[in-house]
Write a protein that binds this ligand. Structure first.
Ligand SMILES: *Cc1c(COP(=O)(O)O)cnc(C)c1O
Length: 791
């Protein structure tokens, strides 16, 4: 192997020979690229070693199929995992560049919407850290999640252009291409059925190496990009029709052009179904090609290949794998089904009915005529094997992707203990009854490298000084902090770290948005996608009520609080967009009230993404996890906050339940109805009206909004919101308000006791070790994939 030169030499060589600049003329981006290439060289060394080892051992490989990867920046990740931080800083110092600015120059790769995509990114990093041979497969969207801007408080969406900036992490693989067909017809000759697609595009591979902790292992994230088979119509060009000449390429590329920006409602869009098949077929072609290179008999597939479906988006993997095995390799149908099921497993991410995927059967049949036949045969076989079954994979002229995924998976998992139990009693009740061993739980986790070590260097330093660095890839070692939490001097240092992080965030907000806040306020943070079930409107209602209370008694000693919001709304989700606007309108009024604004301020930071999360979470005092119980499958934001010493105010929903068990009920501000009580409450007639009548603070807050106090030029601007809350209030904002209010006043009291609060925050850190995605991945390896570590 080639000897790796010192980082400084690598950076300078890349600046000159890869970027073509000398140090005198290099701009920030040139330095960022040169440093990235230098780090990438070291990642590649680890990558080749891991690949060679996987081939040598013939070990089982894991394939993670996901329509989304919410990655964020990669340079800092690489530097931290290769322990190059000090060296990189020294090199940049010598070049008179600020490492922080160089790192921040990298655009976020936002190829995902929210939690589901971020989970896939954490999993990729953990798979490498634990040394599990794995590939991630996804789509190389040209435009990731839109960039959010506020104009007079309203969300405006701009296209995200991460690929228009240079980025160093991918290797184009023009030689790795597969044909993906759509439409056409099916015929059977001599007992063999064949699909003849009418239209074909190619999927081209782009590889990003993902390096684990200390560079011990690196796996591949392989993203597919759409290409035309015959990219240029020369005949059309020669006839002067330049648009038609370029049309095939433009058409093929639309398939990987944009990420669908809605993660909670499913729309039956043809392009979306095409994207799902595009990803899935390309991945399966790649998996089988690699298998064929190493092994002989496709009956061995389940021994050598584990394929995880991240939600139902790649559910077509079941029928497509059966099609390949049966139609192309002539494996008997039922045996093909068994082999496919032996490889496949499926993660369910939501119980929201509007998010469960189903496709109009005529659209589906037009696009995938052979697959719909195979689904019917899978369905018939499943019905035959389970005579008591009543629910089919096809009903109401829809193809049900959840049912299909369940039937074609040997394991189906939920993402928190509560969610897994609810799956058994709601969406999958019948299938669970027929296959009682199939559903398992794997509570989500987050990678401690990105979500503590890299994003919170002050806290990471304090922890390492106290207990050594073993926690970084064995997060449960954080429990060794418990004795330190009893030490007042150590707690003071913990508090000082938080204070420094808050001061840094305040400076950044002042410089970036001209927002001036006192870092000694309680930083109360709700950052996540905008959705009614996540109840950002409950939070802002409480802010309004609290503001009123302070106005009535400005002489009292209120705990000063800054409410920070961040989050994007799906472009077509008008109610969520109204909530954003309301929060901005309320902020404008409250922040300008001279009577109260030393006690209460509200800010909504635009364009929430991974990098903003990394900035906010280390500086947070309080984590808002206030979804309607039963609606948030797990949450992972909740884990990042707890780990970074921000106690939760939250409901018994998703992984909040397990966070509370781990950190202790006395270090968690619980409020609200349980999932069971939510279901009962919905049956109560006029539940919202009754809740409003019982709580004058809530009534007054709603009246203020309704009266136009926050939208003076347009008093009825928020009547849609107030009408919803006073009427159906499906997410039970009103019914949970009073208890939420109570919990927030307890937070005020607790925060005023500086020592007590520090203890609570530090115990959240010390007891959050279980929420590492390393633990989650090890659970998948043993309970679902039957895969081992090669470290
Ligand atoms: C962690 C994370 C999420 C998920 O947050 P939840 O609060 O669990 O919904 C969404 N977006 C980004 C950018 C994240 O980092």
């Amino acid at each position: 192997m080639i000897q790796t030169p010192p980082l400084r030499d690598s950076v300078l060589r890349h600046l000159i020979y890869s970027i073509g600049k000398d140090p005198e003329h290099a701009i920030l981006e040139d330095w960022r690229m040169a440093l990235s290439y230098a780090v990438r060289d070291r990642v590649v060394d680890a990558w080749f070693k891991a690949t060679a080892r996987t081939y040598e051992t013939g070990a089982k490989r894991v394939y993670y199929l996901s329509m989304e990867y919410l990655i964020g920046r990669l340079l800092e990740d690489g530097i931290v995992n290769l322990e190059l931080l000090d060296e990189a800083r020294a090199v940049m110092d010598e070049m008179e560049r600020d490492l922080g600015l160089v790192l921040a120059d990298e655009p976020d790769a936002a190829l995902g919407n929210g939690g589901l995509g971020r989970l896939a990114a954490c999993f990729m990093e953990s798979l490498s850290t634990v040394g599990c041979p794995a590939h991630g497969y996804g789509i190389r969207y040209e435009h990731g999640l839109f960039r959010q801007q506020f104009v007079q408080g309203r969300q405006i969406e701009h296209p995200e252009l991460w690929l228009s900036q240079r980025h160093a992490w991918e290797f184009e693989r023009p030689e790795v291409r597969y044909r993906i067909g759509f439409g056409g017809h099916v015929d059977t000759r001599d007992g063999v059925t064949r699909w003849h697609p009418a239209e074909e595009v190619e999927a081209e591979a782009f590889d990003t190496p993902v390096v684990g902790w200390k560079g011990r292992w690196a796996n591949t994230l392989r993203l597919w990009s759409g290409r035309a088979i015959h990219p240029f119509d020369l005949d059309a060009f020669n006839h002067g029709d330049y648009t038609r000449a370029a049309a095939p390429e433009a058409l093929a590329r639309t398939i990987s052009r944009v990420l669908y920006p809605d993660d909670t409602t499913q729309q039956g869009k043809e392009l979306r179904l095409k994207q799902e098949f595009f990803l899935t077929r390309a991945a399966l072609c790649d998996i089988i090609r690699r298998f064929d290179n190493q092994f002989k008999d496709v009956r061995q597939l389940p021994e050598k290949v584990a394929i995880q479906l991240n939600d139902t988006h790649p559910a077509i993997a079941g029928p497509e794998l059966v099609r390949i095995l049966h139609d192309e390799r002539h494996v008997p149908f039922e045996e093909a089904m068994e082999i496919a099921r032996g490889c496949l497993s499926y993660t369910n991410h939501t119980l929201l009915p509007e998010a469960l995927e189903s496709w109009d059967e005529s659209l589906f049949g037009q696009l995938l005529p052979r697959h719909i036949q195979i689904i019917d045969r899978i369905d018939a076989t499943h019905a035959e094997q389970n005579p008591s079954r009543t629910q089919s994979m096809r009903s109401d002229h829809q193809v049900k992707m959840g049912q299909l995924s369940f039937a074609m998976a040997h394991k189906v998992n939920g993402v928190s203990a509560l969610h897994t139990e609810l799956m058994k009693t709601t969406v999958f009740e019948e299938l669970h009854h027929l296959h009682p061993d199939r559903i398992v739980n794997q509570t989500n986790g987050v990678t401690p490298r990105r979500w503590l070590l890299a994003c919170n260097p002050r806290l990471a330093g304090l922890i390492t000084e106290a207990i050594g660095e073993g926690w970084v890839d064995d997060l449960e070692q954080l429990e060794k902090l418990e004795p330190h939490v009893q030490d007042a001097a150590w707690l003071d240092r913990y508090t000082a770290v938080k204070r420094d992080n808050k001061a840094e965030l305040s400076n950044w907000m002042a410089q970036t948005y001209d927002l001036h806040v006192d870092p000694d306020m309680l930083f109360d943070v709700q950052i996540k996608r905008m959705h009614e079930y996540k109840r950002q409107h409950l939070n802002i209602l409480e802010a309004i009520a609290h503001w009123q209370e302070i106005r009535e008694h400005p002489e009292l000693d209120w705990t000063p609080r800054l409410k920070i919001f961040g989050g994007k709304a799906a472009p077509g989700y008008f109610f969520a967009k109204d909530i954003i606007r309301l929060i901005n309108d309320v902020a404008a009024v409250i922040n300008n009230d001279p009577v109260t604004n030393k006690y209460l301020k509200v800010v909504f930071l635009p364009n929430y993404n991974v990098s903003l999360a990394e900035r906010l979470i280390p500086a947070s005092d309080l984590s808002e996890q206030i979804s309607t119980a039963g609606k948030e499958a797990s949450g992972t934001g909740n884990m990042k906050f707890a780990l970074n010493g921000a106690p939760t105010v939250g409901t018994l929903d998703g992984a909040n339940v397990e966070i509370r068990q781990h950190v202790g009920a006395e270090n968690f501000f619980l409020f609200g109805m349980t999932a069971e009580e939510v279901m009962e409450r919905r049956e109560v007639e006029d539940h919202a009206k009754k809740a409003i009548e019982a709580d004058p603070r809530l009534a007054a807050a709603l009246d203020l909004i309704h009266s136009g106090r926050f939208s003076p030029g347009e008093p009825d601007r928020y009547h849609n919101i107030t009408g919803n809350l006073q009427g159906a209030d499906y997410f039970l904002v009103c019914s949970d308000f009073t208890d939420y209010w109570r919990a927030q006043r307890e937070v005020d009291k607790a925060f005023a006791d500086t020592q007590g609060w520090a203890r609570m925050a530090a115990l959240n850190t010390a007891r959050s070790g279980w929420f590492s995605s390393d633990r989650t991945i090890r659970g998948y390896m043993s309970d679902i994939w039957g895969a081992g570590s090669l470290l």
